[in-house]
Write a protein that binds this ligand. Structure first.
Ligand code: SF4
Length: 164
């Protein structure tokens, strides 16, 4: 029986197509974050990048996202460990940490809908940053499930741009 590529290859060894297929499309990395200026603590909101399609999910300009959103961060094998807000459910983080993909991941389930069924996709619970006054961002702070240990209360916040 052939072992799947994510178990036999390192992140660096994967082809571009394999690398892209790791993204489950949850949208969690596209959520707007707030960072405590004093402590560096990061809080996640229910506001999502203006490029995110809030009706169908996914980036509306994925191929040109860096041109449309210069502060969008592209994941690479080199920077995964340096991005503190990458959710604990993200395949890139999981594999980087030596873990397996969860059963609901499309590469295991064979069905992209299992991401939403597992409560990981944010599509139905977000609002576009294009529809929000950025001064109101603290009102949208939210504790999303399975985001990892980095979400903690903070006293003062500043906007931290998100994205994949
Ligand atoms: S958090 Fe990870 S799996 Fe989810 S959309 Fe972002 S890159 Fe893809």
């Amino acid at each position: 029986m052939t072992r799947p590529f994510w178990k036999t290859k390192t992140l660096r060894q994967m082809s571009a197509a394999e690398w892209e297929s790791l993204c489950d499309g949850c949208g969690r990395c596209c959520l707007v974050k707030l960072e405590d200026e004093d402590t560096g603590e990061i809080l996640t909101t229910s506001v999502i990048c203006a490029l995110y399609d809030t009706e169908r999910g996914g980036c509306q300009h994925y191929g040109q996202r860096f041109e449309h959103m210069p502060d969008c961060i592209g994941l690479t094998p080199d920077n995964i460990a340096t991005i503190p807000w990458l959710p604990a459910t993200c395949a890139y983080r999981l594999l980087h940490e030596g873990k397996d993909l969860p059963p609901w991941h499309p590469l295991r389930s064979g069905d992209a809908r299992t991401v939403a069924e597992a409560g990981i996709a944010v599509l139905d619970e977000v609002i576009s940053e294009a529809a929000v006054n950025l001064d109101d961002l603290p009102a949208y702070i939210r504790q999303w499930p399975h985001m990892g240990p980095r979400q903690k209360p903070a006293k003062e916040k500043k906007e931290k741009k998100p994205k994949k």
